[in-house]
Design a protein around this ligand. Structure first.
Ligand SMILES: *Cc1c(COP(=O)(O)O)cnc(C)c1O
Length: 387
């Protein structure tokens, strides 16, 4: 078997993580075990599988791959990113407090405020770019700190190690949504986090064909609690989706390299364009917390947001509706480049005054650079900005 303990490059890890030849045939690809149950030779005499909500060999291989990618001991697969977030929140009790970033993925914030807050869990939404804001919200009822870095859509950067350090002698767990960075660029567990969450729908799947979530953690106790919830609730992915993500992960290393190269080329080009006002990309030396990003990330990713000199809604709408290579769509992290308008699309559910406070204005456009040729992405944006 591929030895995950040995230091190897990330692309090697991507190709081999969690995957062994099928023991019965030698098939190099993990078979898709489309089965709900497993025949027992006698009562309780089975080969480790009883019922596919609890475990399935295709999902097991994927969960091993998830763990290997994040340098975790344990990996868990869920039916969506939000189902993974939900499993973490379900470990809390009424009266518990959560400190969360104020620029979270909209669906995560909606789950916190519309479902868990009425159940008696108290949320402090703070600007986690400064760890001092986390320190001042921390008290003896805090049980979870929920972090995204970089954030969506403003690419804000928070210092994972500094925040983990605040929690060193505190029972609160640190969970990091690593969807934007991917384990190719950032390893939150190595920075001191307890739980990593992914919307696998994005970069890990990578081909815009699956909705899935993941949790990775280091300690057996956290894993056991989350695994019990995974089985008790049953928000699990099917074996075909697990196979598609196992296949997607094989190219994660090489895809992320191209996403980053395209992101850099497009961000620098946008920054020099006379019709563009501000470009949000953590690779710029003057970007807030750039030094933190440069330390905790291997590169800066393919996600970019920008505003226009003409700050009217009509101008940004025109750009979003004029691209030909960039497809106008929500989501991100696939091989194809996407463009969207956060205020009208992904962040429409965020109240207008909160959007304004965060800086998500009507001129803001978000792009997910795919793995096409950078020259084609730039030419496409050039014609859209001239439209
Ligand atoms: C998409 C996304 C989620 C939610 O994941 P789903 O797979 O859509 O349920 C959570 N966090 C981030 C950062 C995301 O981009």
């Amino acid at each position: 078997m591929f030895n995950e303990n040995k230091e190897r490059g990330f692309s090697t890890l991507s190709v081999h993580a969690g995957v062994e030849p099928d023991p019965s045939t030698g098939a190099i690809m993990t078979p898709v075990y489309l089965t709900s149950t497993y025949v027992q030779e006698g009562i309780g005499q089975h080969k480790g599988y009883e019922y596919s909500r609890s475990s399935n060999p295709t999902r097991d291989a994927l969960e091993a791959a998830f763990a290997a990618l994040e340098g975790a001991q344990h990996g868990l697969a869920f039916a969506s990113g939000l189902a993974a977030v939900d499993a973490v929140l379900m470990t809390l009790k009424p009266g518990d407090e959560v400190i969360a970033g104020d620029d979270l993925y909209g669906g995560t914030r909606r789950l916190f405020t519309t479902h868990y807050a009425p159940l008696g869990i108290h949320f402090h939404f703070v600007d986690t770019q400064d760890p001092a804001n986390v320190a001042s919200a921390l008290n003896d009822r805090t049980r979870l700190v929920w972090l995204e870095t970089p954030t969506n859509p403003l690419l804000r950067i928070s210092d994972i190690a500094a925040i983990a350090d605040l929690l060193k002698d505190h029972p609160a767990k640190l969970a990091v949504d690593n969807t934007f960075a991917t384990p190719a660029l950032q390893r939150p567990l190595a920075e001191g986090a307890d739980i990593v969450m992914h919307s696998v729908t994005k970069y890990l799947g990578g081909h815009s064909d699956v909705v899935m979530g993941a949790l990775m953690c280091k300690d057996a106790e956290t894993d056991a609690a989350l695994r019990t919830l995974q089985n008790n609730v049953g928000a699990i992915p099917g074996p075909m989706d697990c196979f598609l993500v196992l296949r997607g992960i094989k190219t994660l290393g090489i895809r992320v390299r191209q996403h980053c190269a395209n992101g850099r080329a497009v961000a620098e080009w946008l920054n020099a364009h006379p019709k563009v006002d501000r470009v949000y990309w953590p690779g710029f030396a003057d970007f807030p917390n750039h030094a933190v990003a440069a330390r905790q990330m291997r590169d800066f990713g393919g996600m970019i947001s920008f505003t226009l000199q003409d700050d009217s809604l009509a101008a940004s709408r025109k750009v979003c509706e004029s691209t030909q290579v960039f497809a106008l769509a929500e989501s991100l992290g696939g091989v194809e480049s996407l463009i969207e308008h956060p205020a009208l699309m992904t962040h429409a559910s965020v109240p207008a005054e909160q959007r304004a406070a965060l800086g998500i204005n009507d001129s803001l456009i978000r792009i997910s650079c795919g793995i096409e040729d950078a020259e084609d992405l730039i030419a496409d944006l050039a014609q859209a900005l001239d439209a």
